[in-house]
Design a protein. Sequence first.
Length: 207
Amino acid sequence: MVPEHPERPEHPDAPDAETAALALKILVAGGFGAGKTTLVGAVSEIRPLRTEELLSEAGRSVDDTDGVDRKVTTTVAMDFGRITIRSGLSLYLFGTPGQDRFWFLWDELAQGALGAVVLTDTRRLEDCFPAVDYFEHRRIPFVVAVNCFEGARRHDARSVYRALDLDAGTPVVLCDARERDSGKEVLIRLVEYAGRMHTARLLDSVG
């Protein structure tokens, strides 16, 4: 006789409710050549998915390579990677394309994102303004990560904060997009900040 409420067999690898892994979606945005693909590739624990294409002669009129003359490829859809921050917490990273003509993809990529990293090159600081505006207007928490390129003039976080006229409390951190530990620290800072922002908004909505 079949029992009315049969017990489900336990799977030895099945996580319980308390230990189930949490996966969060993070965007990595910024201007053309700021180092988004480099950052995703440096921190990802899996082989990153890249959609890079060679820069063409036809695109020279719309791709401003001033200051990044050695750049020969560009992301045309997205970069994708994954990093485990701690046991039970993984981040799925989506690197956005930097050029104006690919910005139509941002709305799709932003769906369900906890927050974003706006990667900044101080040699071309104005290139990150569109990303800053995008996330501020949509109330998506973000941190500004200043990619410290070799040979570039160094600016402290406070100077970049003032130059970008950021909303109060928006974190600005210095990083090296090539270094995994540096990129991981940026992501940890974002998760902490985004968590505080989402909690504050939840409390406001019920208060």
